[in-house]
Design a protein around this ligand. Structure first.
Ligand SMILES: Nc1ncnc2c1ncn2[C@@H]1O[C@H](COP(=O)(O)OP(=O)(O)OP(=O)(O)O)[C@@H](O)[C@H]1O
Length: 477
């Protein structure tokens, strides 16, 4: 089956001009230079409002001088009846006065019909992005307000009951159809790849999802992998190699670990995103990219660009749609849900019966910071199921993994120790060591849900010492 060519932008662009040759040449230029192919053409000014009433339009390219209805009149009517639709005026008259009048009425831009086709295409592309952004903002607001998801089935693989994650779902759904890149950030193991798959499903494109991890690729390998090569491009290039950009046609190109991309390759990626074109090695004719780009990283790109390790212009381009996934320790409510899922998954994989677990396990895990996030929890569950023999899982398998919870009292490096005196209020007198110990013990018992074994680990003392302290506190000492 020949895949249907995807339409760009996602809304329709109406070209209105009484001169058929101009409409034709503009349509060709827009499609060739910027891939803009969701075009509707109209030569009769009297039909414009009827066409717009059919819906689905986001931008009108409007001639100013036409028989029957002038562009001025139409501009006012469009802005009044379809305020969500952007209008660009394309006029044969090179005069300031009509341009100012149109801009005052609310046109996005004003171009004079000249041979400056490139400038016009750029202007149309800029207007498309503005309309897309404003549509997305409206979408996001409405989704957040009504807490709704249009395609909940697209998120089935991502288990969560967390409010912040739900807001991320809503955001992703709002931007998934846009042609601009999506940047997914979050610590290692939070589920960035799962989100990339979901973004692909939500985008509605018909082509494949093509993934590549770009960490450690030198610039030549990066170019060859992404853009492909012509026969004879280099000594061992015997045949044609299709690059991943081409393999992802009408689909999604997912670049993982983008924070590790070399600076030279960053320039190439920027050009690809900016111009939508690329050159396979050994080819002097550019090819047009027809794929949507999704990138992911566990690095802080903000910091990297401030240090000069990541290009500002590329960062700016990638940031247009930024999905940040919170770490597991900020959504502890998800731990039981994920634990149960991974225990079932492990039991199925190992042909065992799904084990039950003691209630304290959830408390133990809720107090662990999970530096490896969901992947770490998944590994713990698989490990515990593979080694357990009784009906109920033992806590020991988990305690062994959670080594950092059994920190000796003096191990300050591995603990979240406040670096300054912010835990104290300077206007108040200092509490005694005795009082602080009691406060610490009470808080640890609260966090450990009354489990002394877990509480003692949290504050780095032995269980008998904790028990002794608790007894003394009870006696009011
Ligand atoms: N919310 C979730 N529900 C179910 N499974 C999840 C969830 N989040 C992550 N996982 C699982 O955890 C593992 C790690 O997820 P993933 O590979 O997407 O993380 P990542 O953020 O891309 O990691 P890295 O930065 O190391 O590449 C995968 O097996 C994934 O299926």
């Amino acid at each position: 089956m020949i895949p249907r060519k995807s339409l760009y932008p996602s809304f329709k662009v109406l070209i209105v001009d009484d001169e058929e040759p101009f409409i034709r040449s503009l349509s060709i230029a827009l499609e060739r230079s910027a891939g803009i192919n969701n075009l509707t053409r109209c030569q009769d000014s009297r039909e414009v409002m009827g066409i717009l009433a059919q819906g689905g339009f986001g931008l009108v390219l409007l001639d100013l001088n036409m028989p029957w209805l002038s562009g001025d009149k139409l501009l006012s009517s469009i802005i009044e009846e379809h305020p969500e639709v952007g209008v660009i005026i394309i006029s044969g008259i090179n005069q300031i006065e009509p341009a100012v009048r149109c801009m005052k009425l609310g046109a996005y831009d004003y171009f004079v019909k000249t041979n400056e086709e490139d400038r016009l295409v750029l202007g149309v592309n800029r207007a498309i992005q503005m309309v897309e952004m404003s549509k997305e903002h409206k979408e996001i607001r409405s989704r957040l307000l009504h807490d709704r998801l249009e395609n909940p089935e697209a998120f089935e693989e991502i288990l969560t009951g967390d409010k912040a994650m739900r807001a991320v779902f809503q955001y992703l759904e709002s931007v998934a159809k846009s042609a601009m890149p999506i940047l997914i950030t979050g610590e290692s193991g939070v589920g960035k790849e799962l989100f990339a798959h979901t973004a692909h499903r939500l985008s509605g494109v018909e082509g494949p999802l093509v993934s590549i991890n770009v960490a450690g690729l030198d610039d030549n390998v990066f170019s060859d992998t992404l853009f492909g090569h012509a026969p004879g491009a280099f000594t061992s290039a015997h045949g044609v190699r299709k690059g991943m950009v081409e393999q992802a046609a009408q689909g999604t190109l997912f670049l993982d670990e983008i924070g590790d991309l070399s600076v030279t390759s960053q320039v190439k990626l920027l050009r690809l995103i900016q111009n939508g074109e690329y050159y396979p090695l050994g080819n002097d004719r550019p090819k047009r990219m027809n794929a949507r780009i999704v990138v992911a990283t566990n690095q802080d790109l903000d910091k990297k660009q401030a240090k000069g390790e990541f290009r500002k212009d590329l960062y700016y381009r990638l940031c247009a749609h930024h999905v940040h996934i919170p770490p597991l320790r900020e959504r502890k409510g998800d731990i039981p849900l994920l634990l149960n899922h991974f225990l079932g998954e492990a039991a199925d994989a190992l042909g065992k019966k799904r084990p039950t677990y003691p209630r304290e396990l959830e408390t133990l895990l809720a107090n662990y910071p999970f530096p490896g996030n969901v992947r770490e929890l998944q590994a713990m569950a698989h490990d515990a199921v593979s080694t357990h023999k009784a009906k109920m899982l033992s806590l020991d398998a988990f305690k062994r993994k959670i080594g950092s919870m059994t920190l000796p009292a003096h191990d300050h490096d591995a603990r979240d120790v406040p670096e300054d005196e912010s835990v104290f209020v300077s206007s108040k007198s200092l509490p005694s060591v005795h009082d602080v110990t009691d406060l610490l013990v009470t808080e640890a018992m609260k966090r450990a849900d009354g489990n002394q074994s877990i509480a003692s680990r949290l504050i780095g003392i032995s269980q008998p010492a904790l028990s002794k302290r608790l007894k003394k506190m009870k006696q009011g000492d």
